[in-house]
Design a binder for this molecule. Structure first.
Ligand code: ZN
Length: 205
């Protein structure tokens, strides 16, 4: 059994306050990219383990952000109520407070760490792809060491440290099977980085 695939397990202390879901217009840019990523298999569900993978977020004012809900990877299209607002995180305590109808992605702390790194970063996209992951691991790309597990305070801190002076780019999580994260000042910027590499990979094969 694959020991790195503990996807989908929430490792932080979650406080979920029941509140209306985000407005549809707040999630349109995310949904557009998510639908494409789903089609390409960059977001989905592992068929044997039945765990979803891939999560997208966009920054809101005051250190909050909107993120896809936990265990929504199997859905081709999300409704607004599948998104949740993360309103507060504490990296030291490993706690997340969210508002909405669904728990936020198990990778919320990592997204928070990235937004903390640089106020210019507005979008964070996390996808999974075996071949892309291999290519990034073996190429001249930013990475997080393989001893840092997904969804932890350590991962969030490592991502924050890695990106403190960067506005857009991509990095690979060596300790999180198939796991890749892109980020940018717009959805377009964060999305294109993944798409361009995906196409490059398709040409190579
Ligand atoms: Zn993941």
């Amino acid at each position: 059994m694959n020991t790195n695939r503990d996807e989908g397990v929430i490792k932080f202390k979650l406080t979920l306050k029941r509140a209306p879901a985000p407005e549809m217009n707040q999630v349109i840019a995310l949904e557009k990219w998510r639908a494409l990523f789903f089609k390409l298999g960059l977001i989905g569900e592992y068929p044997i383990e039945k765990v979803g993978f891939g999560n997208l977020s966009s920054r809101l004012p005051k250190k909050s952000f909107i993120i896809t809900g936990s265990q929504t990877g199997h859905l081709a299209h999300l409704q607004a109520h599948h998104y949740t607002k993360v309103i507060e995180c504490d990296l030291k305590k490993g706690s997340v407070t969210a508002e909405g109808l669904i728990p936020p992605s198990s990778e919320s702390l990592t997204h928070y760490g990235i937004y903390e790194a640089n106020p210019a970063i507005q979008y964070v996209f996390h996808v999974h792809h075996k071949e892309l992951w291999e290519m990034l691991k073996n190429g001249p790309f930013d990475f997080i060491d393989d001893d840092i597990p997904y969804g932890t305070q350590e991962m969030a801190q490592a991502a924050s440290d890695l990106l403190y002076n960067k506005t857009s780019g991509i990095f690979v999580m060596k300790g999180h099977d198939d796991g890749i994260i892109s980020y940018g000042s717009s959805a377009e910027e964060a999305g294109r980085i993944i798409l361009d590499l995906y196409r490059k990979l398709a040409i190579r094969q």
